[in-house]
Design a binder for this molecule. Structure first.
Ligand code: DLL
Length: 432
């Protein structure tokens, strides 16, 4: 097992490491990043007030806008010359978020990624096809370095060129596929279209899928069609990139590498720290980032963190799937709607496929329409009954969302497939 010591650390050891590193990091950030000195002053505290893990809640939050305000080099804690890599994420609005890494940061990140591969069941010698985008996005290079650190053979295919990806899955007998879950679904459909039977022709064993929310149903579908075990992997560019948390073979929550990331869950409205096990916004403190320390970074991702023991023997706490983002919430005619609720209602409707799109528009009032593909098998069967399917979809949506919505059934394959993160919501009201 790669870096078994770190993967299998027990709870006391984790706590000890966290406390030691956290206190050092607070001082480091305070002394080297003017933004942190200012934030501490505003709260009337100094690093001397932070003496144990229990004091973490005294530290002010950091938010994405802090990074944007200091674009591009503003919150570096080291001279720019010591930065060996920059990444950036564009987000949906405005200035990109830039993140920098020192050589030590690159080493830490690669180690975390190699741990992820190993926890998901990949070994040195595996053939890793890396279909995450290479470039400013952290997915491509993050998975690349991690595979090299593990000692695997990497195929840096990046996104797109689907036909070539499929040929390579076959010719190279790829054993580990890394991509967004939407692209993995698309690859499985495309493979069949090109005359391959993934279960017969490919040699896939492990999938490492993340960068966007996905469901248990999507997991089942990818696993069954591609003949692999699909692992959820979580991260964000501000926290190095991918590699913050990974599912072990139990596939029951994503272990956070908590000797490097201190996690808290807060109420997204009030900022109040929630008791262990309650659902809320994830907040992370990076415990050894050199180039760009982040204290209590608010991710806007909503999830539950489970601290109980895992069957796999790892003591690192688990994120029980990221179900959505606090800023994903749509307000339609005054009613709060989360895309994950729409997905849940659709998944409950037998005969509905995996691809959908939510469209919000405004005539006089707000209007919610859902365009969804019919399940391929059901669509082709004699039992297909459009009216009945529409009625059941409406019922389930109404029950979960509490508002009326239009549903449009589409043929399988009608919605656009993406190579990166899927765009599931189109809000036309913004264009008014
Ligand atoms: O998406 C890093 C990454 C690359 C993670 C490859 C996993 C695999 P960003 O582009 O900065 O970084 O986007 C980060 O994506 O705050 C979540 O909202 C979402 N996200 C990432 N992983 C998951 C996941 C990369 N497993 C944002 N489940 C995060 C749900 C995820 N959402």
């Amino acid at each position: 097992m790669y870096n078994k010591k770190a993967q299998m650390m027990d709870r006391d050891e984790i706590k000890e490491k966290q406390e030691e590193k956290m206190m050092k990091m607070v001082r480091y950030a305070y002394n080297n990043v003017p933004m942190y000195k200012k934030k501490f002053k505003e709260e009337n505290i100094t690093p001397d007030d932070i003496n144990s893990l229990k004091d973490v809640h005294k530290i002010p939050f950091t938010v994405k806008d802090d990074l944007r305000e200091h674009y591009p080099y503003g919150i570096l804690a080291v001279p720019r010359e010591d930065v060996v890599r920059f990444h950036a994420s564009s987000g949906t609005t405005g200035t990109p978020t830039v993140v920098g890494y020192t050589r030590n940061d690159m080493e830490t990140w690669s180690d975390l990624m190699a741990r992820c591969y190993s926890a998901a069941g990949a070994d040195p010698g595996d053939i890793v096809q890396n279909a995450y985008g290479y470039g400013l996005f952290t997915g491509g290079l993050g998975f690349h370095q991690g595979a090299e650190t593990l000692g695997a053979s990497v195929l840096p295919t990046s996104t797109g060129n689907t036909k070539k990806q499929i040929t390579m899955l076959n010719d190279f007998q790829t054993s580990v596929l890394a991509s967004t879950p939407s692209y993995a679904l698309y690859l499985s459909e495309a493979a069949k279209k090109h005359g391959y039977d993934p279960l017969e022709d490919f040699n896939l064993d492990v999938g490492m899928f993340g960068a966007e929310p996905w469901s248990e149903e999507a997991r089942e579908s990818i696993e069954e069609s591609m003949g692999l075990r699909a692992h959820d992997v979580y991260g964000m560019s501000e926290l190095y990139g991918p590699g913050v948390a990974i599912e072990c073979p139990e596939q029951n929550g994503l272990h956070i590498w908590s000797d490097e990331f201190l996690v808290e869950t807060i109420d997204p409205e009030t900022g109040e720290v929630l008791p262990e096990g309650e659902k809320g916004e994830l907040v992370f403190t990076m415990l050894s980032r050199e180039a760009m320390p982040l204290l209590r970074y608010r991710t806007k991702d909503i999830a539950t963190v489970e601290y109980g023991e895992c069957e796999c023997g790892r003591s690192h706490p688990r994120i029980m799937r990221v179900t959505g983002r606090s800023d994903d919430m749509l307000i339609v005619g005054g009613v709060n709607v989360f895309p994950s609720q729409v997905e849940a209602a659709l998944l409950e409707t037998e005969g509905i496929g995996e691809y959908f799109q939510i469209i919000v528009d405004r005539d006089v009032l707000d209007k919610l329409s859902i365009r969804v593909e019919v399940d391929k098998e059901y669509y082709g069967s004699d039992e297909y009954d459009e009216e009945d399917l529409l009625e059941r979809a409406h019922e389930n949506l109404q029950a979960i969302l509490n508002i009326k919505s239009d549903v449009e059934l589409l043929e399988p394959g009608e919605l656009p497939r993406t190579v990166g993160k899927a765009k599931k919501v189109v809000d036309l009201r913004e264009e008014d």
